[in-house]
Design a binder for this molecule. Structure first.
Ligand code: FCB
Length: 435
């Protein structure tokens, strides 16, 4: 049971669950093209147990059951993503009719069940053919993404409640091109600097393309953390400034102020695309909402041995999830208030939060604490309009493969049996019959 109730969040507050295409769909026949996650997963040592998304939760076939589960939980909305390689297998050009048909069925299935579709265009499954041309390192991705956004907007737009261009640009750029942890697995500062700019440049082009097709309620989903210095020392303060800039301010500043943090434009000067400043009006196209994904805080300490950004991270003292991520609900409160005071008065949605854990009683407590943090942020003026649990199902957790379970519904990968967990029941108890 949660200690909060629906009424604590104001009228019309949207409760939903979230997933993404690669993590649950499977269904790789039917004309779907290859994505960077297929090849990254097929490469030894990138993913635990060499797990890949070939079958995942078989949502491609089992979507009616999954939508029933969302409806029966009393949720108002479902956040899902389109797979670019399912719709345009080669990234640009020919469209896969089976892909259009699948998402038609899925969206119509949501509407038939009274669920609001919250779509994300890009949740990390870049068509491999575009990676062959440099992917996010290539400025042409602005046009490639616009073509894909236009197709999605034209075909599905009038049935979508909200559309996000890109999920978690920090992960698309930094985690995938500097830290090498996600596909395409680069560890190269020039690759990263280019991706950091092009991901927001493409976002802006995507916004224009969606609007040109008449799509309403367009936003972006940023993963943000509560960054803090590890100690009070002046050096750690500087480390915190770098860390916060890399994780939060690059994206918030770019999108809402048309400006990247100076500490990074200086550090990355030799590597950023030439004349990137000229693109900042595209990067900062006006939006209708902001999605915030929140999981933990970042604690930064000075590390003189690290070139470019002389920083390291330490673990905080609090309880952790089973991936070692510190649980820090008050960080969500502070973050929402900060975003609202410093960056935008647009409606905010918690588009993801959740916990990798097998002991579901801890997950119930996690959600309860984070829901309370949202209500407190609302009390301080943050215009939060919705909350999506990550995730509906246990699913393919990227480099962790199937070892990490974020679902509020358990999935047996042998049988594909779905079993609601206590956390699902807690949402159901709060939401049922109050829609
Ligand atoms: C976010 C991703 C999502 C999932 C959660 C745990 O970074 O958007 O796909 O992996 O983390």
């Amino acid at each position: 049971m949660f200690s909060v109730s629906r009424q604590d969040f104001g009228p019309n507050f949207v409760f939903g669950t979230a997933t993404s295409a690669y993590q649950i769909e499977g269904g790789q026949g039917d004309g779907r093209g290859s994505s960077i996650w297929d090849t990254f997963a097929a490469t030894p040592r990138n993913v635990k147990n060499a797990d890949g998304g070939a079958i995942a939760c078989d949502h491609y076939n089992r979507w009616p059951e999954d939508l029933d589960i969302i409806r029966d939980g009393g949720f108002d909305a479902y956040r899902f993503s389109f797979a670019w390689p399912r719709l345009i297998p080669e990234g640009t050009g020919a469209v896969n009719q089976a892909g259009l048909d699948f998402y038609d069925r899925l969206i119509d299935g949501m509407l038939a069940r009274g669920l609001k579709p919250f779509a994300t265009l890009y949740h990390w499954d870049l068509p491999s053919t575009l990676q062959d041309k440099g992917g996010w390192m290539n400025r042409d991705i602005g046009n490639w993404f616009a073509e894909y956004a236009a197709l999605s907007g034209r075909h599905f737009g009038d049935r979508l409640h909200a559309t996000a261009t890109i999920n978690e640009p920090w992960c698309v750029a930094f985690l995938s091109h500097f830290l090498g942890i996600h596909a395409p697995g680069y560890r190269d500062v020039r690759a990263a600097a280019r991706a950091m700019h092009h991901v927001l440049f493409a976002h802006g082009h995507g916004v224009d393309a969606l609007r040109a097709e008449g799509v309403k309620n367009v936003g972006i989903v940023l993963n943000l953390e509560k960054s803090e210095p590890a100690t009070e020392s002046a050096e750690d303060q500087i480390a915190f400034d770098y860390g916060d800039a890399l994780f939060n301010r690059w994206y918030l500043g770019g999108v809402f102020k048309g400006q990247y943090p100076e500490v990074l434009t200086k550090a990355l000067a030799p590597y950023l695309p030439k004349d990137f400043e000229r693109d900042m009006d595209v990067v900062s196209r006006p939006l209708d909402w902001l999605g915030v994904n929140y999981y933990t805080r970042g604690l930064y300490k000075h590390d003189p041995n690290v070139p470019i950004f002389p920083i390291g991270q330490v673990k905080g003292p609090r309880e952790k999830n089973d991936l070692g991520w510190e649980i820090y609900p008050e960080g969500l409160e502070a973050l929402l208030v900060r975003v609202s005071n410093e960056y935008t008065k647009l409606p905010l949605y918690i588009t993801e939060t959740g916990m990798s854990e097998t002991d579901d009683t801890r997950r119930v407590a996690f959600y309860d604490e984070h829901l309370k943090a949202v209500a407190r942020a609302q009390g301080q003026g943050a215009d939060v309009r919705g909350f999506f649990a990550w995730s509906l199902l246990d699913n393919y957790e990227w480099a962790e493969g199937y070892t990490s379970r974020f679902g509020i519904v358990h999935v047996d990968y042998e049988t594909q049996l779905r079993t609601p967990k206590g956390s699902y029941r807690a949402f159901q108890g709060m939401l049922h019959n109050t829609r």
